[in-house]
Design a protein around this ligand. Structure first.
Ligand code: 5AD
Ligand code: SF4
Length: 477
């Protein structure tokens, strides 16, 4: 599957993102992450907390003293994959009965003690807001008790914890700017697993970005479920109760992004995820103003039908969404735009599906994450609507949007040919160590001969050909 037309089962593949840490005496931690970028950022917090307690990391779960799986609950198949993995891990207890297995993240939060009682798969269950408690929970489990903390918090942002970077390339870092989500899209389990929305202190965000730059990173991605709704007022005040004066004195997302852009002109800034109902022109204007803020917006549409959007509780119509797209094109010409799409949501007719197809044609996305609807327990949709589109129809519609997106991505790639692109180098290309790869501002992969260049450098690449997902060229002056 290529980069542009990811049918999102990418989170089905867990990643043991591990940089070996020192302390050969320490107990060994194996940590695997599934799901969204936020989960990967959380794993870096988890690693930081445990390395602080003397743990060392390993990439081989068979030699681990503690195995943690940071999980995703967004679709049923993501959960099934985690269950399989946990079964595999459990087998090591035959040879090593003292090894501890823990489940972290959204699936832990959703299933809570069920993991300990019915499923008997793990020793430790920890929700996304309870990672500070990990050392205690491990201690409890070492003493033979089952350990669980799934308390959600209205304040926790882990602002003071410096993440241990677990990424592979040492060039791009994830920085979490907020947690939770208050939107209650009817299909989505996230508000139940990650709790209420809260924004992190901007000073601590800027500090983390500066530290990443000083450590050699050249790109930060600011992460939140809905970054456009970021608002920090200090003093623990909740957004809903702010007076207009207090709101004006708070830091919003556009202001935060400007603060981060000013850290260094050589630090690229990306962000994810935007929400069509909250994305302001102010944000777009800040993007246009700073060269180092990448021209790329991930703006999930979910459906092209206003009727379906209403049932999804998305808070916008097709027309509103298309107006936001027009604003992006007007304020940031040439901006890369990507999206998320769900096929076969409750009550989706063939006509609704055709509206999604026509919207995709109208926008011409650079890439898209596409899913068939998976009913999640407790969500509004589960309680209110019938999951009445057959698997067959969901999958047929999914195949149609995927095929259309493949064409659209190919068109976008072709548009890049014959132009010079500024590329931040991330490492070797997949196919050859004679070639390097990086991304342009629009997030498209660019490949070129190595020459004397290295990871972390910026180069200008004249693109002379492309595949459906990759631009290929030579470095120029
Ligand atoms: N079924 C299918 N896709 C879902 N998403 C969220 N919940 C579901 C679900 N129940 C998709 C949305 C969201 C992305 C992160 O995952 O498109 O934007
Ligand atoms: Fe889920 Fe909607 Fe929040 Fe995204 S914005 S996490 S889709 S509820």
């Amino acid at each position: 599957m290529n980069q542009e037309t990811k049918i999102i089962d990418e989170n089905i593949q867990g990643q043991a993102l591990m940089r070996e840490t020192k302390n050969p005496e320490g107990k060994k931690l194996f940590l695997e992450s599934y799901g969204c970028q936020m989960n990967f950022a959380d794993s870096e917090i988890v690693a930081s907390i445990l390395i602080d307690k003397g743990y060392t990391t390993t990439q081989n779960y068979k030699e681990a003293d503690v195995i943690f799986v940071n999980t995703c609950a967004i679709r049923d198949n993501a959960e099934n994959r985690v269950r399989q993995r946990l079964q595999d891990y459990k087998k090591i207890k035959k040879d090593k009965p003292e090894a501890l297995i823990g489940v972290l993240g959204c699936m832990a939060e959703r299933l809570k003690s069920q993991f300990l009682e019915q499923e008997k798969l793990v020793d430790i269950v920890v929700g996304p807001d309870a990672y500070r408690d990990l050392p205690n929970l491990i201690e409890q489990a070492e003493g033979g008790q089952k350990a669980i903390n799934v308390i959600l918090s209205k304040e926790e942002t882990y602002a003071d914890i410096a993440p241990v970077r677990l990424d592979k390339n040492g060039v791009s870092a994830f920085v979490s700017i907020m947690r939770g989500c208050d939107n209650m899209c009817s299909f989505c389990v996230v508000p139940f697993t990650r709790g209420r929305e809260r924004s992190r202190d901007p000073e601590s965000i800027v500090r983390e970005c500066k530290e990443a730059f000083e450590a050699g990173y050249r790109e930060v991605t600011l992460l939140g479920q809905n970054v456009d709704s970021y608002l920090y007022s200090g003093g623990g005040l909740k957004k809903e109760i702010l007076t207009p004066e207090q709101k004006a004195a708070s830091t919003n997302f556009a202001q935060l992004m400007e603060m981060v852009a000013l850290v260094n002109p050589d630090l690229r800034v990306r962000f994810s995820t935007s929400h069509p109902k909250d994305m302001t022109d102010e944000v777009l204007e800040v993007m246009a103003k700073y060269e180092n803020i990448c021209n790329n917006i991930h703006l999930p549409v979910q459906s092209g039908s206003s009727k379906v959007l209403n049932r999804m509780n998305r808070g916008y119509t097709r027309e509103w969404y298309l107006e936001r797209i027009a604003a992006i094109r007007r304020i940031i010409p040439g901006c890369g735009i990507s999206t998320d799409i769900i096929t076969g949501f409750c009550g989706e007719t063939e006509e609704d599906h055709q509206e999604t197809i026509s919207l995709m044609k109208e926008v011409g996305y650079d890439y898209a994450y596409m899913f068939s609807y998976s009913e999640r327990p407790k969500t509004l949709a589960e309680r209110k609507y019938k999951d009445d589109v057959s698997e067959e129809v969901k999958n047929r519609r999914l195949a149609e949007v995927v095929a259309l997106q493949r064409d659209s991505s190919a068109v976008k790639a072709k548009e890049g040919v014959g132009k010079v692109h500024k590329v931040l180098i991330e490492g070797f290309s997949k196919k050859s160590e004679e070639m390097l790869m990086g991304r342009n501002s629009q997030n498209m992969v660019v490949v070129f001969p190595k020459g004397n260049h290295k990871k972390g450098d910026y180069v200008n690449v004249m693109v002379d050909r492309c595949t459906t997902s990759t631009l290929i060229g030579e470095v120029v002056g």
